[in-house]
Design a binder for this molecule. Structure first.
Ligand SMILES: *[C@@H]1O[C@H](CO)[C@@H](O)[C@H](O)[C@H]1NC(C)=O
Ligand SMILES: *[C@@H]1O[C@H](CO)[C@@H](O)[C@H](O)[C@H]1NC(C)=O
Ligand SMILES: *[C@@H]1O[C@H](CO)[C@@H](O)[C@H](O)[C@H]1NC(C)=O
Ligand SMILES: *[C@@H]1O[C@H](CO)[C@@H](O)[C@H](O)[C@H]1NC(C)=O
Ligand SMILES: *[C@@H]1O[C@H](CO)[C@@H](O)[C@H](O)[C@H]1NC(C)=O
Ligand SMILES: *[C@@H]1O[C@H](CO)[C@@H](O)[C@H](O)[C@H]1NC(C)=O
Ligand SMILES: *[C@@H]1O[C@H](CO)[C@@H](O)[C@H](O)[C@H]1NC(C)=O
Length: 480
């Protein structure tokens, strides 16, 4: 999309493209312009209707994570709060909670980290609450799992959360907005508050329903309820790793889920019913008949989730496929008018000054888009979202440059920028000479502000010495 390059200012914007029409919005393309990739990393909010999770997919994200874990082992960090990971083979190692734990009847939250392998059976039950007395109704209770939502070849496997209170006639199922990412650590959370059931993937809310209401089961049937992880009694088992399972007796709000996901602290809260770190699974869990305990698996390694943002697939759809688009030209009947909705996020200072773009620029671009696409029966629908946040406004957005990549001892071209000190020096061909007396001398010396010299031994991240928004490159500094 050449037109987007009209306004350089737009580089700092997030624009969510939503393709409107059944033919659009399914196929994800690979090639994207650098400019499109420029996103605001800190954007936490998900906008209704927009592509809700912006997660790295597939190969690109994995190296970042691996490197990050090596960084962490270097600094001797550990993940004492989350505990160990276990690995389910999917063959008889599902676990059942021992009796004695009061499973929430009403409001609840279930959270965990998982790393599902590819090719799960459908459905694959990751965790669930079952009724062992009521065989006639196997869907009583609730389930968190993965299942195919399409009959097509790719089957489009997604996370799902289904719930059926004992009084309800049928179960309600909500699914995530996109396929699950195999072999990638993902944070899952589901909540129910007697009115809404919600599904969160990496703390972004991706599904909600208010079809079910009231308590899930009555005190009378308490003894029938079994909480299981890794599968169910019918062996619809999950294959992959799991870590840090927590069950709460209340519906945690999204903010809390997001905060907890980032924190490596052990959660402490009176409403916490189960916090399983898998240090000693046999203490609280039972295996199924002839089954075994899952073995210890490769853990998340204390690394925070690699949430480097992936541009939404919406901009790259089957409509961008030249062959498909060209074939439309020969069948004018197919060319129904289309509307593409997009959103410009306009970030300004707290004082509402210094907006990334002016209203005039936005309307100019909008006008050009409509002029250019109008002849093809495509119109653009603009919405503007204003954010007033000085700290965010000052931030630099580098596409795909995850903080963990800066200064990781190799040059990542996507992080090569003056505001990362050319990837903390690793992208510089000619390394400047740093005199040994300069690091830590109380002045920020650019020639020493590289990883190899401890970022000038902290001088360049010291707000008393320098403008840290311009010189602090150290990814481990909170002032970066
Ligand atoms: C690692 O975990 C142990 C307890 O398992 C704790 O004593 C130690 O302080 C932790 N180290 C770090 C760097 O957090
Ligand atoms: C469940 O949550 C809802 C909404 O937050 C609240 O109104 C209700 O009192 C809670 N129910 C229980 C049993 O705590
Ligand atoms: C962007 O933000 C600035 C500053 O708050 C404001 O003046 C301007 O009108 C906004 N642009 C649009 C298109 O809303
Ligand atoms: C636009 O739509 C009209 C009918 O609504 C059709 O006649 C025309 O050929 C379309 N133009 C293109 C370029 O598809
Ligand atoms: C402003 O943006 C920063 C990130 O730069 C974020 O940490 C902070 O929470 C935001 N403040 C508000 C009020 O949203
Ligand atoms: C990094 O950027 C600088 C300046 O833009 C350029 O001179 C240098 O060649 C780049 N390094 C790499 C490895 O791309
Ligand atoms: C900056 O100066 C303040 C007050 O002089 C001091 O308390 C603080 O420790 C200094 N910060 C650093 C990083 O040196």
């Amino acid at each position: 999309m050449k037109l987007l390059t009209l306004l350089p200012g737009l580089a700092c914007l997030m624009a969510f493209f939503l393709c409107n029409g059944s033919e659009c919005g399914t196929v994800r393309g690979k090639a994207r312009s650098k400019r499109e990739l420029v996103r605001i990393r800190e954007a936490k909010t998900t906008f209704p209707g927009a592509c809700a999770t912006r997660l790295p997919r597939g190969k690109r994200s994995l190296p970042g994570m691996d490197r990050r874990s090596s960084r962490q082992s270097r600094t001797g960090d550990n993940n004492s709060g989350r505990g160990k990971a276990i690995y389910f083979t999917g063959r008889g190692d599902q676990l059942r909670l021992k009796p004695g734990v009061e499973i929430p009847r009403g409001n609840f939250t279930l959270e965990m980290w998982i790393r599902p392998e590819g090719g799960q059976r459908s459905p694959a039950v990751i965790a669930g609450l079952f009724d062992k007395c009521f065989y006639a109704s196997s869907d009583r209770g609730w389930l968190l799992g993965i299942k195919a939502v399409s009959e097509q070849v790719n089957r489009d496997p997604r996370f799902f959360f289904s719930l059926k209170t004992d009084r309800a006639h049928k179960a309600t199922t909500i699914t995530s907005n996109a396929r699950y990412a195999p072999n990638q650590w993902t944070h899952l959370a589901v909540t129910y508050n007697g009115q809404h059931m919600k599904l969160f993937v990496n703390s972004a809310q991706v599904g909600v329903s208010r079809e079910q209401s009231g308590e899930i089961f009555s005190p009378l049937t308490k003894k029938c309820k079994v909480f299981m992880i890794g599968g169910n009694a019918l062996s619809n088992n999950y294959r992959g790793a799991m870590e840090g399972v927590a069950l709460w007796g209340r519906a945690r709000p999204q903010q809390e889920i997001a905060g907890g996901m980032r924190s490596r602290q052990r959660p402490s809260d009176p409403s916490l019913v189960i916090h399983e770190t898998f240090e000693n699974p046999s203490r609280k869990w039972l295996t199924v008949k002839d089954g075994s305990f899952p073995r210890e698996g490769p853990g998340l390694g204390g690394g925070a989730l690699d949430t480097s943002l992936e541009p939404p697939a919406c901009g790259q759809t089957i409509c961008d496929n030249v062959e498909v688009a060209a074939s439309y030209n020969s069948f004018w009947e197919f060319r129904r008018p289309r509307t593409v909705r997009y959103r410009v996020v306009n970030v300004s200072d707290d004082s509402r000054r210094r907006p990334t773009v002016t209203a005039k620029q936005i309307s100019l671009q909008h006008q050009h888009l409509n002029e250019a696409f109008g002849p093809y029966n495509i119109t653009w629908e603009l919405s503007v979202h204003n954010v007033y946040n000085t700290s965010l406004r000052r931030r630099l957005v580098l596409a795909n440059c995850d903080a963990g990549k800066v200064g990781d001892e190799e040059c990542d071209p996507e992080c090569n920028h003056t505001l990362t000190g050319y990837d903390a020096g690793y992208c510089r061909k000619h390394k400047p000479h740093c005199p040994p007396d300069k690091p830590g001398n109380g002045a920020c010396d650019p020639e020493c502000n590289v990883d190899a010299h401890g970022y000038d031994n902290g001088d360049c991240c010291n707000p008393n010495v320098t403008d840290v928004t311009k010189t602090c490159f150290n990814p481990s500094s909170p002032l970066r």
